[in-house]
Design a protein around this ligand. Structure first.
Ligand code: GLY
Length: 357
């Protein structure tokens, strides 16, 4: 097992990465929180697979486990209505400020369980138990929680750091290949952002081809460390944390323009390649840097570009919540392991997309 310690301005906590950690989850929750009572929040796909084992472990450690809450799986259920149901459920179960929410599942569960914990009684503790690669390497760490509005994804949320994150890579064995591949987009992004050696390893031995527990523990822990370094320095995304949006400006536009038929990580991978090629064309990075990004993305069977028209992409960029007046903060790679946020006008962004296609 590897432990990554995270210290943010609002809370310090450990992220535990290992195989078969669910067995000892209860003890770890007790140690990290001192809580006596908890409630597992999960969804209809993950609940049947792991919730019994999670609750067994919590009970074995002496915790009083309230009746579990299970919501319908899928991003389409990441809504204010589902959140309202969870909040009512916490109240019906009479959870107090001394108690803990255990969010068991992928990114949607982490977002919803985390936000419910952030709001209920003005904030109770949450332990994140991510069961998807994306949730392990990204969304369970750093305290972003949210639900979607009709106007867009993640438009209502809070920064609410967990008290503990337990990433049991054994749970990744039930993640379908396509979803696993999709999550690799964010893994490659982290490597481009901060870890040249990881990029080389991933290119040579794509994660999609070695889903063994040892490789997964190593890669997940390295990803968590990268994210930890960023969120510890900038919890609220005022500066450095924006670099985590590498590949996301174009990636989000591809995701929205494809009506969310393509996965988030797949779109980020394509966006990463577009921005890398554009940066090379502008002379901000060497052509070799862009080629290395593309090689790693391609090695994972992810797209290195998009067929969507530039006008179509620009229509969605204009709606991005991270846009400021007439500029967009675009994250550009300068070399592998070094990126920079640049405010670019929408016109310049259009030119960059054309260059990077
Ligand atoms: N996923 C980007 C962030 O946590 O800031």
């Amino acid at each position: 097992m590897q432990t990554v310690h995270v210290e943010t301005a609002s809370r310090a906590y450990d992220v535990l990465v290992g195989a078969h950690l669910i067995d000892s989850l209860g003890t770890r929750v007790r140690e990290a929180t001192g809580a006596r009572r908890c409630c597992v929040v999960t969804e209809t796909n993950v609940g049947p697979l792991y919730a019994d084992a999670v609750e067994r472990s919590l009970r074995a450690a002496g915790l009083d486990v309230a009746e579990r809450m299970v919501f319908a799986a899928g991003e389409e259920h990441k809504t204010l209505a589902t959140l309202g149901g969870l909040l009512e459920g916490l109240a019906e179960r009479e959870l107090t400020r001394d108690d803990v929410v255990v969010a068991l599942g992928g990114g949607v569960t982490g977002d919803m369980g985390g936000l419910a914990a952030a709001l209920y009684l003005r904030g109770i503790r949450v332990v994140q138990v991510p069961t998807s690669l994306l949730a392990m390497v990204d969304s369970s760490v750093g305290g972003k929680t949210a639900v979607d509005l009709a106007a867009g994804k993640n438009l209502v949320g809070a920064f609410w750091q967990p008290s503990l994150v337990v990433a049991d890579v054994a749970t990744l064995s039930t993640v379908p290949d396509e979803l696993f591949r999709d999550s690799c987009g964010e893994v490659v992004k982290h490597a481009v952002l901060a870890d040249e050696a990881l990029l080389d390893t991933l290119t040579e031995h794509p994660l999609t081809e070695r889903r063994d527990e040892r490789a997964l523990v190593d890669v997940v822990a390295r990803n968590v460390s990268i994210k930890r370094d960023v969120v510890s320095a900038d919890e609220r995304e005022r500066g450095l944390r924006q670099t985590l949006n590498l590949g996301h400006t174009v990636g989000h536009a591809i995701e929205a323009a494809s009506d969310f038929s393509l996965g988030h990580g797949t779109c980020v991978a394509a966006g990463l390649c577009v921005v890398a090629r554009a940066a090379a064309a502008r002379g901000w990075c060497a052509p070799k840097t862009a080629a290395r990004v593309e090689a790693c993305v391609a090695a994972h069977g992810l797209p290195t570009g998009t067929d969507l028209a530039t006008d179509e992409l620009m229509r969605y960029v204009a709606h991005d919540k991270k846009r400021h007046e007439d500029t967009v903060n675009l994250v550009v790679p300068l070399e592998i392991g070094r990126c920079e946020v640049r405010a670019v006008s929408l016109e310049e962004l259009r030119r960059l997309i054309v260059l990077g296609r």
